[in-house]
Design a protein around this ligand. Structure first.
Ligand code: MSP
Length: 532
């Protein structure tokens, strides 16, 4: 098993519509986690992309009077790729299920499974939800209410279902019920958090039916290689994109280097596909199963799951245009608990932006640089002897970095930021209690060792800022780069992205004599934030 590459994926997103912040959420969290791991010195591969086949996308294209290929090409270029720039994602790959490498890899996979006897032909009559592209068992179909009065809906997610009858190919999923239950038992961290794990185990315990893997009533999909009248069911090829994008079916050496995935980040609504169908497919093919599936909660707006169909979808650029990509990334990581549902609001973003970013962090950075400018002509002074106050700063930094690292390991970015903010608070408190402006007055009158004391205080705060620039770089790369520059750290210590998390807390890295300049305001106040 390859432990060499830390391979993280987001779901590949349906291109029936433009992205909303629910999609941006997973991609940003994955980006923070992978940037952090890169700064731990690990080999990282981070993939996102688009899920372009299936009936949902086809119907949307038809409704817009274009071919599905035209529809997906336009949306991917005009909306989905630009999203990554908007939210400042540093993904290594962007995979499309209409790519040839994916088609060939997916066909190779199912050909192998067919040859191993895991597939048979049959006919299917039952319920299908186009909204979630899911076959729904009779037991999970209920009468709809409200807007869905008179319509059958899926109990699993409330989406509308239709009765379909088709000749299909089936995968012997039912053979994997016990194997999966044994696997969950032996690998307690495979599906997280606990709530998702419990749901998956109870779903599988209720029994697994064989899964239809093909559709034959429309043709927007990947042809089944041994029967041209069928295309693959969208989910069983979409899941494969995690493998085909890293070489499955085209470059076995590369695949073995990267596979299995370290973490599949998914929303809780699609945890079942990733924790049931996907491992069963891989087991059937004799491939390694991913290490972890982490299911996050939903973004709620006004108490409701945000979605395009409910018309409460907020576009990521609506927020980024006002607050910037750094604050956007910070907000979703800090204000929500990854793994639980969480409410978001414009007021909350605005409040956190000003209290935590502008006043808490941005102000700290500019005050320290301004004082070094004023009292030492912009040259970092050497530290004198540490007193208890400096030792407390150093201890706080060591503990906070350790806790933040453990939190990222546990896929809990909110806890990582809470830990890092202990450094921000400690430095602000330290400046307040040490009153460098008073020490400067005493120093100016030539009294005692005040000059030395002033140097110690400002050296300590600059060192604290150095640590903040490094540990906040995965979350807020733009502001961190400005801070790094202002500390003159690039010349002394090298590129910010090369700074290692495991070495960051070692004290005294910024050499005395470094030129410190006042940074442009990291988080300028936003006077007229609109309320949306
Ligand atoms: N195409 C499938 C995934 C295939 S992965 C092999 C799909 N696409 S999706 O575009 O409908 O959803 C992608 C992700 O967005 C899911 O993880 C889903 O949970 C997430 N979100 C959609 N709305 C969301 C919120 N309101 N809040 C948080 N995440 C949300 O499913």
């Amino acid at each position: 098993m390859s432990a060499e590459t830390f391979y993280v994926t987001t779901p590949i997103y349906y291109v029936n519509d433009a992205p909303h912040i629910g999609h941006g959420y997973t991609t940003v969290m994955g980006d923070i986690i992978t940037r952090w791991h890169r700064q731990r010195g690990e080999k990282v591969w981070y993939t996102t992309g688009t899920d372009e086949h299936g009936e949902k996308v086809l119907r949307k294209a038809q409704a817009n009077g274009v071919t599905p290929q035209e529809w997906v090409d336009k949306l991917v270029e005009e909306e989905w790729r630009p999203l990554l720039r908007t939210i400042d994602a540093a993904n290594d790959d962007f995979t499309r299920t209409t790519d040839l490498r994916h088609l060939e890899g997916a066909q190779a996979f199912w050909t192998a499974l067919n040859e191993r006897g895991a597939v048979y032909q049959g006919s299917f009559t039952g319920w299908y939800s186009v909204g979630s592209e899911e076959f729904v068992g009779d037991d999970d179909v209920v009468d709809g209410e409200g807007d869905d009065e008179g319509i059958k809906v899926s109990k699993l997610d409330g989406s509308r279902v239709e009765l379909i009858s088709e000749d299909n190919y089936f995968f012997r999923l039912s053979d994997y019920q016990q194997k999966l239950l044994d696997f969950y038992e032996a690998n307690p961290t495979f599906i997280q958090p606990e709530s998702a794990r419990n749901e998956v185990i109870s779903f599988v315990s209720r029994g697994l039916r064989d899964l239809s893997i093909s559709r034959s009533t429309f043709d927007w999909g990947i042809p089944v290689p041994w029967d041209a009248d069928h295309i693959f069911y969208v989910w069983i090829e979409a899941l494969l994109s995690y493998a085909t994008s890293v070489g499955y079916g085209s470059d076995r050496e590369r695949f073995d280097e990267v596979w299995p995935a370290s973490i599949h980040l998914v929303g809780k609504d699609i945890a079942r596909f990733h924790a049931v169908i996907w491992p069963a497919m891989l087991m059937a093919a004799g491939e390694h199963v991913p290490h972890r599936v982490f299911a996050h909660g939903w973004l709620l707006v006004g108490g409701q799951k945000m979605s395009k169909s409910k018309a409460n979808g907020i576009r990521p650029d609506e927020l980024v245009d006002t607050f910037g990509s750094d604050a956007y990334r910070y907000y979703f990581a800090r204000a929500l608990t990854f793994g639980s549902d969480g409410s978001i609001s414009w007021e909350d973003i605005n409040a956190r932006y000003h209290a935590e970013l502008a006043n808490g962090f941005g102000n700290l950075a500019s005050r320290v640089a301004a004082m070094i400018g004023k009292y030492f002509g912009g040259t970092l002074p050497a530290s004198g002897e540490h007193t208890d106050a400096e030792l407390t700063v150093v201890d706080t930094v060591v503990d906070a970095v350790r806790d933040a690292d453990a939190a990222i390991e546990a896929v809990a970015p909110q806890d990582a930021l809470a830990a890092i903010w202990r450094i921000v608070d400690e430095l602000n408190g330290y400046i307040t209690s040490q009153e460098p402006w008073k020490v400067a007055k005493t120093a100016a009158s030539g009294e005692g060792n005040a000059g030395d004391r002033l140097a110690t205080i400002l050296n300590t705060t600059a060192e604290g800022l150095r640590v903040l620039a490094v540990v906040l770089n995965p979350v807020m790369p733009k502001a961190s780069a400005v801070l790094w520059e202002s500390l003159g750290a690039e010349a002394a210590l090298g590129a910010l992205a090369d700074q290692r998390i495991d070495a960051v807390a070692a004290w005294g890295q910024l050499p005395a004599g470094t030129t410190v300049t006042k940074p442009a305001s990291l988080f300028p106040r936003i006077e007229t934030a609109p309320t949306a």
